[in-house]
Design a protein around this ligand. Structure first.
Ligand SMILES: O=P(O)(O)O[C@@H]1[C@@H](OP(=O)(O)O)[C@H](OP(=O)(O)O)[C@H](O)[C@H](OP(=O)(O)O)[C@H]1OP(=O)(O)O
Ligand SMILES: Nc1ncnc2c1ncn2[C@@H]1O[C@H](COP(=O)(O)OP(=O)(O)O)[C@@H](O)[C@H]1O
Length: 286
């Protein structure tokens, strides 16, 4: 039985009779192919990426596993539609905190229609895409004090300026109450962002690939960050980075993806700054 994903934080959502992704209880995420070129393009990307021998194995792990396209009952009641069957990145987490960050200082790309260009540039300027090279698209954080999930409204998230994005990245790894204005304590920064398996190390590995890869240009693609909050004393947070949303990926044609690469560098700097400031606080006993 397919159901609406509980931990989806951005994109098209399968609610109120709308078309959106579904999940099963065996760890698979079904993303419907949108009727226009986007669905075809994303499925084409997954086909190409899955069979591309030039993609190193350690990089493959940063992408959801692809299990082909299947006809399944769509969420909008329109009958069977083709869906990309992907690994459900959050299925093995009990209480996941999740954040979607769209990378790049522009979401448009050469040869798009004027209408699409205008839509993108408007959003890119209104958000931190142009100023920072990334924007937070959505987030859902487990609030330990309230013992429930906190999810800011989409309009609030898309209105973040640099400070708002920084605060969201700090709240993402904090243990104090999230709904109020208290200063985020970044209590989990070292476990989630830091360490040899943490988000920072994973992002640096992805970045190293982008320094040389010229296979694909990842327009409008996101970094999805996940970690566990289920507490059992010595719980593992299992921080994880995955790249998602390939509806606008193009062939790289031998050229570096400087839009994604630059945005990723900027995003990494934000994570590093949070780690450094939380390290200093620990050393000073605060
Ligand atoms: O529908 P909207 O206005 O929420 O825009 C969607 C975007 O939401 P946003 O408002 O930026 O969070 C959405 O962004 P996220 O995935 O939420 O980051 C996509 O850009 C989506 O387009 P596509 O499926 O990638 O071609 C966008 O969908 P389309 O409007 O292009 O169908
Ligand atoms: N493979 C996946 N596993 C789990 N969640 C996913 C996966 N892919 C996407 N998501 C969730 O769905 C959201 C939207 O995905 P995305 O591919 O960007 O869709 P859209 O094309 O509608 O924007 C992401 O922010 C994330 O929360």
């Amino acid at each position: 039985m397919l159901k609406v994903p509980e931990h989806q934080v951005a994109g098209h959502i399968a609610k109120d009779g709308k078309l959106g992704p579904l999940v099963d209880d065996r760890g698979r995420f079904y993303k419907p192919l949108q009727g226009d070129a986007r669905g075809e393009n994303e499925a084409k990307f997954y086909e190409s990426f899955s069979s591309n021998k030039n993609v190193p194995d350690h990089i493959r792990g940063y992408f959801p596993v692809y299990h082909g396209v299947q006809l399944v009952e769509a969420s909008d009641g329109s009958g069977k539609l083709p869906h990309m069957v992907l690994e459900d990145v959050v299925s093995s987490y009990v209480k996941p905190s999740v954040m979607d960050v769209k990378i790049g200082s522009r979401t448009w790309y050469p040869d798009v229609s004027e209408e699409y260009f205008n839509k993108c540039i408007k959003k890119d300027r209104a958000t931190t895409t142009v100023s920072l090279g990334f924007r937070v698209s959505g987030l859902k954080i487990f609030d330990c004090q309230e013992s429930g999930f906190w999810r800011p409204d989409k309009r609030v998230v898309l209105a973040y300026k640099a400070d708002g994005a920084r605060t969201a990245l700090r709240k993402f790894v904090s243990s104090n109450s999230l709904a109020d204005d208290s200063v985020p304590d970044c209590a989990y920064a070292s476990e989630v962002y830091g360490g040899s398996n943490g988000i920072l190390m994973q992002l640096l590995e992805v970045k190293a690939w982008f320094e040389t890869q010229t296979l694909y240009h990842f327009n409008s693609c996101s970094v999805l960050m996940v970690y566990e909050n289920e507490s059992g004393g010595d719980e593992e947070r299992r921080p994880q980075v995955k790249l998602v949303d390939f509806a606008h990926v193009l062939d790289g044609n031998g050229v570096i993806d400087h839009n994604f690469f630059g945005g990723l560098c900027s995003f990494i700097k934000f994570i590093q700054d949070i780690l450094e400031s939380s390290d200093n606080r620990c050393e000073n006993g605060h």
